[in-house]
Design a protein around this ligand. Structure first.
Ligand code: SAM
Length: 274
């Protein structure tokens, strides 16, 4: 758990996230960690909380990081599961919160996990600056849709896109002097997310940038959407994805593939969350 993973030793996105996880120190006692555990914004005790999930009996977090949000939901009696790619994050979260009744952690890529969870459904699936930001929506959105109960909610948050930079944004996960490890983040304006989610069959879509505690600071993009209670209109809004990413007809900005204006950045904290 205390191992240090240096940038030059990063050979894969998993290694990148392990390194990220190794750098996150957990000093608060569990009771303190649980107090403000559930939040969508990068500012502590700011913005909406778990009410955006509705009143789920079951919830799944995509990219749980420290696992605090999963733990917080479990303490409320929700059957909360989290999936994260990073063995470092997984080991730490499972050791810290795995004893809580209703809290479960899995170590996997979200797409693999959702694809392998046939027959299983959740009332709410959510991602807090997590895997929903780092996964091609052309792959993720249909998988999430299929794993939601009818009427179930999908909620995610991430940083607003840098103006003019939409679609997949590239990062060099091992720095400019390390191995060639690429990571991508998908950034869209709220109206673009609304269009994308609607195209994939989601309803009651609300994507917006919530203001920061101070006017000059960066806000937070939060999107909420629901799987319809009835059958989908035409299977994920008529879009299918399997190695054939839909071109962003709605947006003309490239959904799914790597056709956006990718901005390469090295060694940045991809999240900036505390
Ligand atoms: C920036 S952190 C956010 C963690 C946490 N949600 C929080 O708010 O602190 C992103 C997390 O998503 C995980 N992640 C990124 N891509 C993933 C993927 N494809 N599948 C599963 N987890 C992923 C990373 O391992 C990391 O723990």
């Amino acid at each position: 758990m205390n191992r240090t993973i240096r940038p030059s030793e990063t050979t894969s996105p998993t290694g990148y996230w392990d390194r990220y996880g190794s750098g996150v120190t957990e000093e608060e006692p569990p009771e303190e960690a649980l107090k403000n555990a559930f939040g969508w914004c990068q500012y502590e005790s700011h913005g909406p909380g778990d009410e955006l999930l509705g009143q789920p009996a079951t919830a799944l977090e995509l990219g749980f990081g420290r696992g605090n949000a999963v733990a917080a939901l479990a303490t409320k009696g929700i059957n909360a599961t989290g999936v994260d790619l990073s063995p470092v994050q997984y080991e730490r979260a499972a050791a810290r919160w795995g004893h809580l009744p209703g809290a479960e952690f899995a170590c996997a890529d979200v797409c693999d996990y959702l694809a392998g969870a046939a027959g299983q459904r959740w009332d709410a699936i959510y991602s807090i600056w997590g895997a929903a930001w780092f996964t091609d929506p052309g792959r993720l959105l249909p998988l999430v849709f299929d794993r939601l109960e009818p009427g179930g909610r999908f909620v995610f948050s991430h940083a607003p896109p840098a103006p003019g930079a939409y679609g997949p944004q590239g990062m060099y996960g091992a720095g400019f002097t390390g191995r060639a490890v690429w990571l991508y983040r998908w950034a869209y304006e709220p109206e673009d997310w609304s269009g994308i989610l609607t195209r994939y069959g989601y309803v009651d879509v609300d994507a917006r940038i919530r203001p920061a505690p101070e006017p000059d600071l960066l806000g937070t993009l939060i999107a909420t959407a629901r799987r319809p209670t009835g059958p989908p209109r035409s299977g994920h809004g008529g879009l299918a994805f399997q190695g054939d990413p839909p071109v962003g007809e709605v947006l003309q900005r490239g959904v799914g593939g790597l056709a956006g204006h990718a901005g390469g950045q090295a060694e940045q904290d991809p999240c900036g969350k505390p």
